[in-house]
Design a protein around this ligand. Structure first.
Ligand SMILES: Nc1nc2c(c(=O)[nH]1)N[C@H]1C(S)=C(S)[C@@H](COP(=O)(O)O)O[C@H]1N2
Ligand SMILES: [Mo]
Length: 229
């Protein structure tokens, strides 16, 4: 087993600009969406600007690419950070190099769209998607990922805001041009935490307070929709 280097600011190290530590790790995200049911035979589809599309059953993922562990923080754009999360899964870069490139033959890829089963998606510039700490994670803190945190598989990109860390990941669409961004116009293409790229047009530090004010309501709505499952 390989261990990727921890790349973020867990433990006693300082947090990125405008973030504050949360002791717990709440379910968080698009309010009102229930966690989608896990299919009987979950798979990850690779589609888009490729010669051959591919569907990888998740049971095969760590037979194709070596399993790694990663300790990292998750930084929600609304300013909370959960620290020292122990993820396990496979490196997206290794998956890309060892599976996507040889089998799918992507042509001119510049970005990917990560898709969750709940319909939520995020665009990742290929430079960010293939960073060495980005992974497809199926385990958290020693247990299979639960439905609150994205069962059966999620994207983990510690250097980008939480909204790029798509849960319930079912598809990776390869793009040869940068596709339209989502989250109602508030998705930054790079969304790098260190640069405080919270929003494509508004300076990140100006959004700290207004975004922070939304946390209790979003957390409550997330708890409510998870409980009605
Ligand atoms: N499929 C899906 N992935 C998602 C979201 C979502 O609503 N649906 N929300 C994003 C946001 S805004 C954050 S902060 C993190 C939160 O992850 P958590 O619920 O495990 O805390 O998931 C991200 N990934
Ligand atoms: Mo978030």
């Amino acid at each position: 087993m390989e261990t990727a280097h921890p790349s973020t600011s867990g433990g006693l190290r300082s947090l990125p600009p405008g973030q504050h530590r949360r002791r717990d790790f709440p379910r968080f995200g698009q309010p009102g969406l229930r966690p989608p049911a896990v299919p009987d035979h979950p798979a990850l589809a690779v589609t888009g600007a490729v010669e051959h599309e591919l569907r990888v059953p998740l049971t095969e993922l760590d037979r194709l690419v070596p399993r790694i562990d990663l300790v990292a923080d998750l930084h929600c754009v609304t300013t909370w950070t959960a620290t020292d999360l122990h993820w396990s899964g496979v490196s997206l870069r290794r998956f890309w190099e060892q599976v996507v490139v040889p089998r799918c033959r992507p042509a001119g890829a510049v970005a990917v769209i990560a898709r969750g089963r709940d319909g939520v998606r995020a665009v990742l510039d290929l430079r960010d998607a293939l960073a060495d700490d980005v992974m497809l994670a199926d385990r958290l803190d020693g247990a299979p990922l639960d439905n609150l945190h994205g069962a059966p598989l999620r994207l983990v990109s510690p250097r980008q805001y939480g909204y790029k860390n798509i849960k319930h990941l079912c598809g990776i669409e390869v793009c040869d041009t940068v596709p339209a961004l989502g989250y109602s116009g508030s998705e930054h293409l790079r969304a790098r935490v260190a640069q405080e790229e919270r929003h494509p047009r508004i300076a990140g530090r100006l959004l700290r307070l207004p975004y922070r004010a939304t946390i209790p309501l979003i957390a409550w709505l997330n708890r409510r929709s998870a409980a009605s499952d």
